[in-house]
Design a protein. Structure first.
Ligand code: SAH
Ligand code: SF4
Ligand code: F3S
Length: 445
């Protein structure tokens, strides 16, 4: 079989993505870059010519998954020695050549800032060699990553605008795996957004490890995230804008104000706080207090009263006592989250907190259970409160029942509606009639 590229034989690429949304975006860009080498994506590793794991290093379990997944490919590699196996993403960056020592069948290791070099690395691995690149090159990888122009796509898309982190929270590997904070220039972001819209995208989620610290070059000056949002809002056909993930200290006035006045900016914000005790926040190097976080929430709600809030929490951080944990519960009670993610603290090699005295594992389990019980109650209450209200839904795909369509409300709730005549990408008003386990049901208004 021949692909569109003269002389190139079509090969199959299987990408498995772990971790955050930025990895989802990166996987898409890597598939495009390898498209130039004649690769087309396949949904199973069984018939692949190349397997690429795009990995996450955030917690121990996430990193270990990579090795157990690689173990499963042993048979495939034995049956097809030409099969190339690559590890990309944050485990690749953190462990580098160690991956090839532990799993010698890995041909290629590429860190998140070197993806634009994938075609060269793939060629090197193809000649029976091993290829490793975990540099933080000076050039912008996005400028060198091929885009697949004008291919049609679904109604929602991620767009990375900022990468890396300079905050160095004491528990976190991101500053080491993704490197220093870098923002993409405004014109590049707008260009990519326009291209996405021409291909059918109606909702864009701007991504960054600290997306609200965005400060991209804009002509002779610089633009903040709020400036960028206002410019994106001018694109005809783009109906919705979201952004994630934000740090409380970068939640500036202009951005809060945009939540109140920019119609295209959706009333949903993921604003992790991690803990409710000032002592723990200080030990985490979060550089804000619980009170300061609550003040930001207050200002957001003043600007946009119906905003749905989401957060991240860590329990069992070194030094966290029962009283500290109670402060986390109190903060959660005070905020009222519509969505949340909570984790047991996981020691990460090379981070400051890894060296400290650890909280007992059973205690961590117990705290996580209590926190999750509270967060689940809040989430359920927020979802149930939607019954009887009208929301607008961006329809993304058919539901499991015939004639049903599924999409997301402005608050990011999954909504199912009997709507046989509604097409993918349409936005319609929906009256919510029922709150189920993980989604809402409604009827077209
Ligand atoms: N940049 C984002 C979050 C990045 S990581 C922010 O600053 O908010 C996503 C989440 O993983 C974090 O918010 C945190 O809750 C969790 N996390 C990070 N490191 C962790 C660790 N060592 N153990 C447990 N959870 C961790
Ligand atoms: Fe990690 Fe903290 Fe940076 Fe978020 S702000 S990516 S938690 S170091
Ligand atoms: Fe994981 Fe790297 Fe994202 S560690 S959470 S994939 S930035």
């Amino acid at each position: 079989m021949r692909s569109g590229i003269p002389g190139a034989v079509t090969k199959k690429l299987f990408i498995k993505t772990y971790g955050c949304q930025m990895n989802v975006y990166d996987s898409e860009r890597m598939a495009e870059a390898l498209g130039g080498q004649g690769y087309v994506e396949t949904t199973t590793p069984d018939d692949a010519d190349m397997i690429l794991l795009n990995t996450c290093h955030i917690r121990e379990k996430a990193a270990e998954k990579v090795y157990s997944e690689l173990g499963r490919y042993k048979g495939l590699k034995a049956a097809k020695p030409d099969l190339k196996i690559g590890v990309a993403g944050c485990v690749a960056q953190a462990e580098g050549a160690e991956i090839m020592r532990r799993q010698p069948m890995v041909d290629l290791v590429v860190g998140p800032q070197s993806y634009h070099r994938l075609p060269e690395l793939e060629a090197k691995a193809g000649q029976g060699g091993k290829a490793l690149d975990t540099d933080f090159p000076a050039e912008d990888k996005f400028d060198h990553l091929a885009r697949r122009p004008k291919a049609a796509r679904g109604p929602t898309a991620f767009l990375t605008v900022q990468e890396g982190c300079d905050k160095f929270c004491a528990f976190c590997v991101v500053p080491y795996t993704r490197g220093a904070e870098v923002s993409r220039p405004v014109d590049r972001v707008l260009g990519e957004a326009r291209d996405l819209v021409e291909r059918g995208v109606r909702e864009i989620t701007l991504l960054g490890q600290n997306v609200n610290a965005y400060h991209g070059a804009d002509g002779d000056g610089e633009a903040g995230l709020a400036d960028l949002i206002w410019k994106l809002a001018e694109i005809d056909g783009l109906a919705r804008i979201r952004f994630t993930t934000s740090h409380p200290n970068d939640m500036g006035d202009a951005l809060i104000e945009a939540h109140g006045s920019c119609d295209k900016l959706m009333p949903y914000l993921h604003l992790p706080v991690q803990a409710g005790s000032d002592k723990v926040l200080k030990a985490m190097n979060r550089k804000h207090t619980a009170e300061e976080y609550l003040r930001v929430i207050e200002r957001l709600r003043a600007a946009r009263p119906d905003i749905l809030l989401s957060g991240d929490f860590i329990v069992g951080f070194p030094g966290e006592t029962e009283a500290d944990f109670q402060a986390t519960l109190a903060l959660v009670e005070a905020v009222g989250y519509g969505q949340a993610y909570s984790f047991k603290y996981s020691t990460r090699p090379g981070t400051p907190a890894a060296e400290r005295a650890q909280v007992d594992e059973a205690e961590k389990d117990d705290r996580l259970q209590r926190l999750q019980a509270l967060l689940t109650r809040q989430q359920r209450a927020a979802q149930d409160a939607m019954v009887g209200r009208e929301v607008s839904v961006l329809f993304e795909k058919p539901g499991r029942i015939a004639g049903q369509m599924g999409g997301k409300s402005e608050y990011l709730h999954a909504v199912h509606v009997h709507a046989p005549d509604v097409a993918r990408g349409e936005i319609r008003r929906v009256k919510i009639t029922e709150s189920a386990a993980n989604s809402l049901c409604g009827t077209l208004a």
